[in-house]
Design a binder for this molecule. Sequence first.
Ligand SMILES: NC(=O)c1ccc[n+]([C@@H]2O[C@H](COP(=O)([O-])OP(=O)(O)OC[C@H]3O[C@@H](n4cnc5c(N)ncnc54)[C@H](O)[C@@H]3O)[C@@H](O)[C@H]2O)c1
Ligand SMILES: [Zn+2]
Ligand SMILES: [Zn+2]
Length: 345
Amino acid sequence: MKALVYNGPGQKALEERPMPTIDAPTDAIVKIVKTTICGTDLHILKGDVATCAPGRILGHEGVGVIATAGPAVTAFHEGDRVLISCISSCGKCDYCRRGMYSHCTTGGWILGNQIDGTQAEFVRIPHADTSLYHVPEGADEAALVMLSDILPTGFECGVLNGKIQPGATVAIVGAGPIGLATLLTAQFYSPAEVIMIDLDDNRLDVARRFGATATINATDPKVTERVMKMTGGRGVDAAIEAVGIPSTFVLCEDIVAPGGTIANIGVHGTKADLHLERLWSHNITITTRLVDTAATPMLLKTIQSGKLDPTSLITHTFSFDRIMDAYDTFSRAAETNALKVVIET
Ligand SMILES: NC(=O)c1ccc[n+]([C@@H]2O[C@H](COP(=O)([O-])OP(=O)(O)OC[C@H]3O[C@@H](n4cnc5c(N)ncnc54)[C@H](O)[C@@H]3O)[C@@H](O)[C@H]2O)c1
Ligand SMILES: [Zn+2]
Ligand SMILES: [Zn+2]
């Protein structure tokens, strides 16, 4: 089969690989129908993710068809169409029993990281019963690919952890696919104001179309002052970090209102300052989270009912043999206006 392989920092190739096989009775082999590329894949290609070794097939998102179900898999059968979660979970360990699937002792974020991933014609999914979801009849499968990672991430790490309430004032720093997924799912709670902050004016335009009430280009040296002016000098109830660099985390510290929450989503590679000398008396909460994908079944229902429409996040579609072009387009988002690229086998 063909697969996109990480060959060390800065190196990737479309290679011929052996078909995956069932290792444990709870595994399933899924034939990929649609997959996509995540900002995290670009982090891996930069060499930022130490757990991902050269030789690894990348990808942790996708929709496919069960090719083979292991003998202990009961919920899925050959030919079933499935949504693949970026998080694999056994459903039985202490963390899984608490709904913290991201920390499953034999799973978590392993796909396209510690085990071969979804940017291939076939993938082995461990703990298939608890790591796959049935695709509803007639569903838009490209839209469902947005459920593998970005929608649950934006919703769980941003909206739920940020405790967004009706009437709340929210700032989302970073208008990439994750920041935009946060913006889309924040609307469930009717916040009064959502201010989006990014360097990329195209992404800020998209954010306004998705319901942002104000946007600020982060190159403006007065970002903090502008947020303060927009919020009557108070700051925001929820400051959501969706970039993953120290300066954007510090910006969240600068704009959070007393009693507010900083909800971090970004993957950070270096330390960021915590200004306790100012914040100690502000009654704030700081949250961090690796997506658990516990909200996936609920989000799937909102897509099926039309309450949530993630199709506007998809800007490009490529055939699988052009996956190298898909990477090129996705990695030059500022020039190509790419958000999510869908790759079809
Ligand atoms: N916590 C989790 O479970 C989880 C899951 C998935 C992704 N992530 C992380 O979420 C982050 C966002 O993911 P993404 O796919 O949207 O990434 P992305 O790279 O597509 O988007 C990041 C956005 O931040 C903007 N940006 C860069 N520097 C900025 C600055 N100084 N001020 C304001 N905006 C700035 C960029 O223009 C871009 O639009 C990444 O760090 C990713 O690794 C976390
Ligand atoms: Zn991802
Ligand atoms: Zn577990």
